[in-house]
Design a protein around this ligand. Structure first.
Ligand SMILES: Cc1cc2nc3c(=O)[nH]c(=O)nc-3n(C[C@H](O)[C@H](O)[C@H](O)COP(=O)(O)OP(=O)(O)OC[C@H]3O[C@@H](n4cnc5c(N)ncnc54)[C@H](O)[C@@H]3O)c2cc1C
Length: 463
């Protein structure tokens, strides 16, 4: 028999956007149930893997250096989006980001001193003490204290929406099915990033070789349910954010430590032992997010980063030790590649390197001449043993496909009207703000801003 329960606001998902929505709804007087598909240990979705928010600030703070004015933040977004940005929604997120540190502190989140590191973010981004897991623990602790009900291993399987109005959701929980009736609902259940079958529909068999950096529970089924209920889709199904990860990373949940930052300091070759992109095109923080897509387009979705001992200490240490050899030929054999062809590629690259002043922290003048693709910066000869290599795979961070929302976070129907009591936030609506490109820390910022708007809106509807 199906049991039935009622609340003011149902929140679907258990990451940053969902918890921001749940806490806001509760603070605005609503009774709230949070439905998290993952077990308690894995609660928090991809938010569990994060480290930092991107925050606008007009004065130096204890935890962020200097200032990051709104216009600079918006310019950074425009640059990465290449024109595919919603100006109004982006401005809303930027302006509301300023209030997030205080609000998150009130939820128990603690911050870290500004850090140096490969992504140079100490001015623009605010880092959580203890990372995403500590942040999620703080969110859940506060939610429990405020009387929010949390259901783990509870998956939304179906929803009742009639003429754009939500009535209830069917939830599978520990082998039982329960119907939750709510006056309003907030969906914040991530994207399709862990759904290999769905990725295969859009990327073909290549999808089988993708590594999923985050949770296995974000399968996109809630997006499908909303689209079936008449929501307007947003974001291209093939679009994703993906980085170069160590090829030895686990299939799911490898998190931040499997990302490899060695690329700009050497060369990257594919299974044909050939270079395929300018490894030194721009600063790594501006380029790291294109390498997942580049590798996804190579044969068998694999590539190899090759460096020498001059640069082994110039990037964040890797979690898996690199392969090491005293000659390029030996290194190639360890990688299972044709030694002569790898040697020929390294020789051609070395011959093209021009004399220059190597400066890892600047767009230096070390470049190649006469090879295709060129290497524009940080090009040094690979000539000092031992030589090192890392196998690389495409590590999928998130997908862009989702549902369209309006400024108040209500889901928009195909005809243009908003659904009366249906709100959405987080990764499943990220394509509303940026349809391509990404700025480090912006995922959490968007999620918390729209989560808070959605939670407050849902509580008002429920009253
Ligand atoms: C390794 C890694 C590092 C990252 N680092 C950063 C960073 O430092 N800063 C940053 O801004 N962004 C970062 N990101 C991106 C960031 O994780 C996302 O932008 C953000 O966490 C999305 O939050 P969300 O709440 O929308 O989704 P999530 O946090 O992924 O939460 C989705 C939730 O929905 C649940 N769920 C899914 N389907 C259902 C269902 N049917 N029923 C019930 N529940 C369901 C899941 O279990 C999960 O709890 C990183 C991502 C990864 C993978």
């Amino acid at each position: 028999m199906t049991t039935s329960i009622a609340c003011d606001v149902l929140v679907v998902g258990g990451g940053n956007a969902a918890m921001a929505a749940a806490l806001s709804a509760r603070d605005h007087g609503a009774s709230v149930i949070v439905v998290e598909r993952a077990p308690r240990f894995y609660r928090g979705g991809n938010s569990r893997h994060t480290r930092d928010f991107r925050i606008m600030h007009t004065r130096t703070t204890e935890h962020m250096l200097d200032v990051y004015p709104p216009e600079e933040f918006l310019d950074d977004l425009r640059r990465v989006a290449g024109g595919e940005m919603d100006e109004e929604l982006a401005r809303l997120v930027v302006e509301r980001s300023e209030g997030l540190p205080m609000w998150l502190s009130q939820q128990g989140v603690r911050w870290q001193e500004p850090l140096s590191g490969t992504l140079h973010l100490a001015r623009t981004n605010l880092f959580m003490l203890g990372g995403g897991r500590a942040m999620m623990n703080a969110y859940y602790r506060t939610a429990e204290k405020k009387g929010i009900q949390i259901w783990y291993e509870a998956m939304v399987e179906d929803i009742e929406v009639t003429a754009g109005v939500f009535g209830g959701a069917q939830i599978r929980r520990g082998g039982e099915v329960c119907l939750v009736r709510a006056s309003a609902v907030v969906f914040a259940a991530g994207g399709y990033e862990a759904n290999i079958d769905w990725l295969r529909q859009h990327w073909g068999d290549a999808a089988d070789n993708f590594v999923i950096r985050g949770t296995r529970y974000n399968q996109g089924n809630v997006i499908d349910l909303l689209l079936a209920a008449g929501a307007t889709p947003i974001g291209h199904p093939r679009a994703f954010h993906a980085v170069a990860v160590d090829g030895r990373a686990p299939k799911f949940d490898g998190g931040i430590v499997t990302r490899l930052d060695s690329v700009p300091f050497g060369i990257v070759i594919n299974l044909d032992c050939e270079r395929f992109y300018d490894e030194g095109e721009d600063f790594w923080p501006k380029r790291y997010a294109i390498w997942g897509g580049l590798i996804a387009r190579q044969q068998e979705q694999v590539a190899y980063s090759i460096i020498d001992s001059k640069v082994i200490d110039k990037f964040m240490p890797s979690v898996f030790p690199p392969m090491m050899a005293h000659s390029i030929a030996d290194l190639a054999m360890q990688l299972g590649l044709d030694a002569d062809r790898v040697q020929a590629t390294v020789d051609a690259y070395n011959a093209a390197v021009q004399p220059g002043n190597f400066r890892p922290d600047a767009l230096d003048d070390c470049h190649t001449v006469g090879i295709d693709p060129p290497k524009s910066h940080w090009a040094q000869r690979i000539d000092t043993p031992p030589f090192y290599a890392y196998p690389l795979r495409a590590g999928i961070t998130f997908t862009y496909r989702g549902v369209r929302i309006q400024r108040d976070a209500r889901v928009q129907l195909v005809g243009g009207d908003a659904m009366g009591n249906v709100f959405a936030a987080g990764e499943m609506v990220a394509g509303n703000v940026l349809r391509r490109g990404y700025l480090a820390g912006f995922g959490l910022t968007m999620g918390a801003v729209f989560g808070r708007i959605a939670g407050e809106g849902a509580a008002r509807v429920a009253r």
